[in-house]
Design a protein around this ligand. Sequence first.
Ligand code: PSU
Ligand code: MN
Length: 314
Amino acid sequence: MITRISDEVAAAIAARAPVVALESTIFTHGLPRPRNLRVAIEAEAALRADGITPATVGVVRGQLVVGMSEDEIERLAEGREPVVKASIRDLPIAAAKGLHAGTTVAATAFAAHAAGISVFSTGGLGGVHSGAETTFDESADLRALASLPVVVVSAGVKSILDIGLTLERLESLNIPVVGYRTTNYPGFFVSDSGFDIEHSVDTPEQIAAVAVSRDALGISAALLVANPLPVDEQLQPDLLAHALTDARRAAAAAGITGKDTTPFLLDFVQQATKGLSLEVNVAAYRNNVRLGGAIARALADKRSGPGGRPLLHR
Ligand code: PSU
Ligand code: MN
């Protein structure tokens, strides 16, 4: 089989119980070993503790798996065998060649939607890279999110990106964005990117209501929930600004392009902040996993409650 859904995840979907999809690029390419494995396992445990079924998505020897086992997560996190970074376009190649791959936000949202999972928590989304006017480097996450009707919880787009341009693209692509209890768009490592968004929502139930309305209208874009870290947990904005300037200069000097850019910049920022950005990255991810669980529960309640009915087109 080219795809596999774990028994646990399949049972939860069939029972219309809350499920949250999790990506694997965050632990194959985003976080350093050995911390990456711990973060991935902890995210699943946190969901289970709240009664939510986790569905970590990744490619194991070519097979697109929704609901990786702990052994599979370990295998990809440890990196003893080569692991590529797979966006949607890489999936057929990974399948035919039998590769291991971490799935990006785009590829994870694709698999989650195909499996019938409505909610997906991640760290930071891909977006428009600074200098994109000459490099054309815009994450495939954006195009993917325009056509996959899932709810994606993130702490904004990564600060390494051009956030203003990314927000413009989200508008062009008709992708709804709501701030969780804020109209300040978060900048992943920092609570406020300096850019505003129009709409905020205050509860997981409200987010579920927006998702249900979107589906009732037949709009097929993802609903992006921007979930800022509390200010006392963010990275110092001036420390980040310095690290970013240096990181971009280093990437240019090293001739880094394409999908290597994001891991390079994240790694550079981590070293330049002496590991502080790593702690913030993990805290933001945890925060998003928790909120994703609450949204999944609210959605499950809404769809099974009075007047709720299962969606025809998942
Ligand atoms: N944010 C993180 N760490 C990551 C990523 C995002 O904090 O590793 C990953 C996500 O999987 C996202 C991908 O989908 O980076 C975007 O990569 P690119 O810019 O090459 O599209
Ligand atoms: Mn890119």
